[in-house]
Ligand binder design. Structure first.
Ligand SMILES: [Cu+2]
Length: 174
C-alpha cells in the first residue's frame, strides 16, 4: 500500500466530563469522518489517558500498522475489528472502507464507556442507507465451511473482490 495516497485521520479517546472521542460524545446528528467508498485510510487511534479502550470499528476489518511506532507483535498481525488501546498508547490502523456505503459506528467496547457515549459515526460514500431510518439488509458472505481464502488488501485493488456484492463499489478512477 502506498500511504501517501491514503487519507489519514486521528481520533483521541479521552475523558472530560464524559467519555469522549476527539472531545465529543455520541450524536446521531454528527458524522466525524467521511471515507470515500472503498478508499483506503489510515487512522491514528490515540489513548489520551490512563484508561484502556478496546476500540471497535464497524463495517470494516483493519490491520495494525504499528503500536507506539513499533511493529505490532505477531499475534496482532491478522485482520481485526477491535484493537486495545492501553494507557497513553497510539495505534495506527489501515483499512479499506467498503464495500457498503452508509453510516457506521466506532466505539469503545468497554461497556461503561460505550454506555456513556464513547462512540461516534463515520459515513462511507454518499447517499448510503441511514441506520436510523433504513431497514438492515443481509450481507453476502461465503457459505460456512467455504475454502475461499480471506480477502487481502492487495486483492481488493481495485476493489475487484467487492464487485459481486450489492451496493458495490463504483469503478475506481485511475
Ligand atoms: Cu473505553
Amino acid at each position: 500500500m502506498n500511504e501517501r495516497h491514503a487519507e489519514v485521520r486521528t481520533f483521541r479517546f479521552g475523558r472530560g466530563q464524559d467519555w469522549t472521542i476527539n472531545s465529543k460524545t455520541w450524536s446521531s446528528a454528527r458524522v466525524d469522518a467521511d471515507p470515500g467508498q472503498c478508499k483506503i485510510e489510515v487512522w491514528n487511534l490515540v489513548n489520551a489517558g490512563n484508561w484502556v479502550h478496546p476500540v471497535h470499528i464497524h463495517l470494516i476489518d483493519f490491520q495494525i500498522l504499528d503500536r507506539n511506532g513499533l511493529e505490532p507483535p505477531q499475534y496482532e498481525r491478522g485482520w481485526k475489528d477491535v484493537v486495545l488501546l492501553k494507557e497513553f498508547e497510539t495505534v495506527r490502523v489501515v483499512a479499506r472502507f467498503g464495500p457498503h456505503r452508509g453510516k457506521y459506528m466506532m466505539h469503545c467496547h468497554n461497556l461503561v464507556h460505550e454506555d456513556h457515549d464513547m462512540m461516534n459515526q463515520f459515513e462511507v460514500g454518499k447517499g448510503g442507507p441511514d441506520p436510523l431510518s433504513d431497514r438492515a439488509k443481509p450481507l453476502l458472505a461465503p457459505p460456512l465451511g467455504s475454502t475461499k481464502p480471506p480477502i487481502l488488501l492487495e486483492e481488493c485493488l481495485p476493489c475487484a473482490c467487492f464487485e459481486q456484492l450489492p451496493n458495490s463499489c463504483p469503478k475506481q478512477e485511475t
